[in-house]
Write a protein that binds this ligand. Structure first.
Ligand SMILES: Cc1cc2nc3c(=O)[nH]c(=O)nc-3n(C[C@H](O)[C@H](O)[C@H](O)COP(=O)(O)OP(=O)(O)OC[C@H]3O[C@@H](n4cnc5c(N)ncnc54)[C@H](O)[C@@H]3O)c2cc1C
Length: 492
């Protein structure tokens, strides 16, 4: 496993292909550091003995100890450890741990490549597993590029006015393929070693060229990352872990890029477009039952802390509001546990979470994210957005005023009160606040996407049959299938 320093040193060696604010920059650009710090945390925690078995796992390919972010879950226990890892690690970085993106992509490809081989006699699985072996051994971090620019939402890829609205194959050669198009909203691309590309939607025969999946180093020839980093205003004196973290989303442009065949994992199998797209999305929705529970933990903790600063800790409305965070976060986490326990083994051996529980967990969080921020805002009061800058707390002329007037609860020191309010400003009224709100709604798929999956997966007719039985319309209620449903053993 790599150390955080080794990871950073490898990244610094990459070719310059990142553009920020109109400038071509290296991976050591300061605006990329907050996202890089999140990624470094995933390497540091894996080397910490306290996190053994949570951040680490035994590789199903080599039997060696690996970072769990490079692991393919093999049973429900593995899935629960993954969920726990994401939740705990997310609280260290203030929310999004980012590296799950690559893990969900490798999970999806391990399953889809096997199924394509079974259907068409292709050799994608062997090829992908060889890639994965190196991925695990080199302890790589992958970004997943799924979301296409999509153009007109009412049209399929082949119907779009601009054929590049979805990433597609331009040419097939004996040793590889040429691809063109762009993926948008791609988290962590400039701080990732690899970019893993999968389709974004169901495809028809006419969309054949859009059925493409591959993985390439993030600085590959003819690939440009147009990046929007988000972070917090730099602290001068009152430094803290939260202020060191951030993200970076990119438009990833594939400008007739050549992808060598050993890195191509789908090439024209349009029938599997939907399957592969959903395998990534559903695995990622399961990941959200870990990280969104952490976002609830953070918002709940910040609300409790600011209530103490306001000296309103004993009010009954506060206790009621704090319990709402728990009601949302723990319910989503419980959905993740249920998704693990009622998951299923795929023909590849990768264990996959249950779709219904993963989707209800993610949708619950997506629908409640603004409500959770609202609770924090209500308890914090307006200072969250009107707090003077840190510089004013440090400047000779204004320091004394602010030190005196920031204190509300006499039991809290000036410095702790200031740190508390600064954190509340960072969490509730910053670029990152907006990022977490919109990521909460759309990341992993907007609530409508979960609804679509649920409407496919749930058998509403069987529920109607319950009503028919209770109404006396049907005499019998056949529940033989439900009676046989049982969770799989946690460990094989
Ligand atoms: C912070 C953040 C990070 C992200 N990181 C990544 C990443 O790392 N990798 C990645 O691949 N993607 C990433 N995404 C993209 C994310 O998966 C998408 O935002 C999400 O799937 C919604 O797609 P969209 O943004 O294209 O919205 P749209 O597809 O435009 O959807 C907007 C709305 O259109 C309607 N709509 C669209 N399609 C349908 C339909 N078929 N049926 C009914 N209604 C529909 C719905 O009302 C939907 O809510 C990220 C997004 C965010 C916000």
């Amino acid at each position: 496993m790599r150390t955080p320093e080794e990871y950073f040193s490898d990244l610094k060696k990459m070719k310059k292909n990142v553009y920020v604010g109109g400038e071509k920059v290296g991976r050591d650009d300061l605006r990329l550091m907050p996202g890089m710090n999140v990624m470094k945390t995933t390497f540091a925690l894996a080397l910490n003995p306290d996190w053994e078995g949570v951040m680490t796992a035994k590789s199903s390919l080599t039997g060696k100890k690996i970072n769990r972010f490079t692991h393919l879950p093999q049973n429900p226990w593995d899935l629960m450890q993954k969920q726990k890892m994401i939740r705990l690690a997310a609280t260290r970085v203030g929310g999004c741990i980012q590296r799950c993106m690559g893990q969900d992509a490798i999970v999806a490809l391990s399953i889809a490549t096997k199924e394509m081989d079974e259907e068409y006699g292709t050799e994608y699985h062997k090829r992908f597993m060889a890639y994965l072996r190196a991925y695990q051994e080199r302890d790589l971090a992958g970004a997943c590029a799924q979301t296409d620019t999509k153009g007109d939402r009412s049209k399929r890829p082949h119907e779009q006015e601009d054929p590049d609205a979805y990433v597609h194959i331009v040419e097939e050669k004996s040793d590889g393929i040429i691809v063109r198009g762009a993926k948008v909203s791609i988290t962590m691309a400039p701080v990732a070693d690899e970019i893993i590309v999968v389709p974004t939607r169901a495809l028809t025969e006419k969309d054949r060229d859009y059925a493409v999946a591959f993985a390439i180093p993030a600085d590959w020839e003819r690939i440009r990352l147009i990046t929007r980093p988000a972070g917090l205003r730099e602290r001068k004196k009152f430094k803290c872990p939260y202020a060191e973290m951030g993200v970076a989303e990119s438009v990833v442009v594939f400008d007739n890029a050549f992808i060598p065949m050993e890195r191509v994992f789908m090439c024209g199998e349009w029938q599997f477009g939907r399957r592969l797209a959903l395998l990534f999305a559903d695995s990622h929705r399961f990941s959200y039952t870990g990280c969104k529970a952490a976002v609830s933990d953070i918002l709940c903790g910040a609300t409790a802390l600011v209530a103490e600063a306001n000296n309103i800790e004993r009010t009954s409305h506060l206790r009621e509001k704090l319990s709402e965070f728990v009601g949302i976060g723990e319910l989503a986490y419980a959905a993740g546990i249920a998704a693990a326990v009622y998951g299923e083994e795929t023909s590849s051996g990768t264990f996959f979470p249950n779709l219904i529980y993963s989707n209800i967990g993610r949708r619950l969080m997506g629908e409640n994210i603004y409500h959770e921020f609202n609770i924090l805002t209500e308890i914090a009061g307006g200072l969250a957005v009107t707090l003077p800058f840190e510089d004013d707390f440090l400047a000779e002329e204004t320091k004394k005023d602010l030190e005196k007037y920031i204190i509300r609860n006499p039991k809290i020191s000036y410095e702790d009160a200031h740190r508390c309010w600064r954190l509340i400003e960072n969490i509730a009224a910053s670029d990152m606040a907006c990022w977490y709100q919109i990521a909460g709604v759309h990341g992993g798929g907007s609530p409508i996407m979960e609804t679509i999956t649920l409407n496919i997966e749930v058998d509403y007719e069987s529920k109607k049959n319950i009503a028919k039985y209770l109404a006396g319309i049907n005499e019998e209620l056949d529940q033989s299938k439900e009676l046989k449903t049982k969770p799989v053993p946690l460990e094989p």
